[in-house]
Design a protein around this ligand. Structure first.
Ligand code: 3AL
Length: 174
């Protein structure tokens, strides 16, 4: 799909295709629709980033809360979105030892109790070992720093999902 094909999509098709570029937040692609015609993939990313930046802290934290836990119960029960399932699989979370699952779950719980939102990191850009290390390090952050770090990760996840949707059929498009 090239940028002209993206711009030619109906609103409904655009939302159907791009609705989960930010996990379970279709309001975000719905909001950036107004900025068509997009000039490039980077242009779509920039509009999404601007929209997220314009939200109050409660909105940013709301986006974080839409993300499933890494190695959480939804992974075990097969209830993740397809994007999330593939990302968690790529980071090695479908292959954990029982002791690793319980360690990660207890750290996730501690993190959520401390910050009020789940730990979010771009799983495709990290190994499970990196993620465990980062989770431990982030537990020492304050809430504002953590919110900003995690929002940065949401944008990385979004950029990779967009690329995956738009560039899959040709490395030369866009
Ligand atoms: N909690 C969390 O980071 N979840 C995610 N990260 C990612 O790359 N995909 C997710 O679902």
């Amino acid at each position: 799909m090239d940028i002209n094909a993206v711009n030619a999509l109906s609103y409904e098709d655009f939302l159907e295709i791009f609705g989960n570029v930010v996990e379970k937040c279709p309001i975000i692609p719905a909001a950036v629709w107004i900025h068509r015609p997009f000039t490039s993939l980077a242009d779509i990313e920039a509009h999404i980033s601007d929209f997220i930046n314009s939200l109050p802290e409660s909105g940013k934290e709301g986006i974080l809360r839409c993300h499933p836990d890494l190695a959480g119960r939804e992974l075990q029960s097969g209830a993740l979105t397809r994007d999330s399932q593939e990302e968690q699989c790529a980071a090695g979370f479908t292959d954990l030892q029982p002791a690793e699952v319980s360690r990660l779950r207890s750290l996730n719980t501690e993190y959520k109790e401390r910050f009020g939102f789940p730990f979010v990191i771009c799983a495709r850009l990290n190994t499970k070992r990196d993620i465990m290390r980062e989770l431990l390090r982030c537990l020492g952050n304050d809430r504002a720093a953590e919110r900003e770090r995690a929002v940065g990760e949401v944008k990385k996840i979004c950029a990779l999902r967009l690329r995956n949707l738009v560039l899959t059929d040709s490395a030369h498009k866009l």
